[in-house]
Design a protein around this ligand. Structure first.
Ligand code: CP
Ligand code: NVA
Length: 299
């Protein structure tokens, strides 16, 4: 089994993973959890990372295993060895592979050619590990997922795509506000609809945020989008989670952001550091959900 898209998981499997993540959180530091003792994990990174790299490495270590950070540029991959051969070779050494890739096609090729579980640690299309942490955070705050109203404000990017799919799987509705040229991908919207998703697309952030339980966003300029930075900064100006926008959401609404944040752009200091922010719980939950996923796939 691999985790390439969040939609690789059923509702039941997501709940199992979230329950396990809750238990890892409660037991952390009190009990030894060496369920992956003697196992090794290859972590390939084609792009920078703080949270994903550290949470995976610490998670794997606390489960008794050894994780190897492999910068793609320092592998023979950077000199033209194929993805397929890299997947076959690593499968002879390690018990699992995670990869953060520029193109989603790379993670698909890795998973097709590896004989050990492969986990998407972010591609241009999806970020399933992030979304498991987001779901854990929402469940902590509201005690449930079903029926929650999610608002996404900003770029219809990888994180947004996985959030849309997870909303469909978990019975949440989602309203996405993005500039017309930065809507979520049609293939994601179709897939989410086929899973029963209730998705509404807006142009104005205020329309999406109205009565929402969760208001979430991400950078205006994702890794790989730097060439369009000037245009993006111009177009995304009003796609910001600020106190005025949070006023429109439900009384107990929370603000979320996968981080890294560009404070003063997509989110204000006032919100990210304020009482409605769930951002740093969300970031902590990357660790607990990473453990749950790794144990689930590799035990
Ligand atoms: N949220 C997230 O994936 O952060 P990193 O890019 O630091 O891993
Ligand atoms: N959308 C962002 C997420 C970073 C965690 C990116 O792809 O750069």
């Amino acid at each position: 089994m691999n985790l390439i898209s969040i939609s690789d998981l059923s509702r039941k499997q997501i709940i199992e993973i979230l329950d396990s993540a809750d238990s890892f959180r409660d037991r952390r530091g009190k009990y030894s959890e060496m369920v992956l003792s003697g196992k090794s994990l290859a972590m390939i990174f084609e792009k920078p990372s703080t949270r994903t790299r550290v949470s995976l490495e610490v998670a794997f270590r606390e489960l008794g295993g050894h994780a190897l950070y492999l910068s793609a540029g320092e592998l023979q991959l950077g000199r033209g060895e194929t993805i397929a051969d890299t997947a076959r070779v690593l499968s002879r050494y390690v018990h699992g592979i995670t990869a953060r890739v520029v193109s989603h096609n790379t993670i698909s090729q890795l998973s097709e050619n590896a004989s050990v579980p492969v986990v998407n640690a972010l591609s241009d299309l999806e970020h399933p590990l992030q979304i498991l942490a987001d779901l854990m955070t929402m469940r902590q705050r509201f005690g449930r997922l079903e029926g929650l109203k999610i608002a996404w404000v900003g770029d219809g990017n990888n994180v947004c795509n996985s959030l849309i799919l997870s909303s469909a799987i978990m019975g949440m509705s989602i309203s996405v506000a993005s500039p017309p040229s930065y809507k979520p991908k049609a293939q994601i919207l179709e897939k989410a609809k086929s899973l029963g998703g209730r998705i509404r697309l807006f142009i104005e952030p205020t329309d999406a945020a109205k009565n929402a339980d969760v208001v979430s966003t991400d950078t205006w300029v994702s890794m790989g989008d730097e060439a369009d930075e000037a245009e993006r900064l111009r177009v995304f100006g009003r796609y910001q989670i600020n106190a005025n926008l949070m006023e429109l959401a439900s009384e107990n609404a929370i603000a979320m952001h996968c981080l890294p944040a560009h404070r003063g752009q997509e989110i204000t200091d006032e919100v990210i550091d304020g009482p409605q922010s769930a951002v740093f719980d969300e970031t902590e939950n990357r660790l607990h959900t990473a453990k749950a996923v790794l144990a689930w796939l590799m035990k």
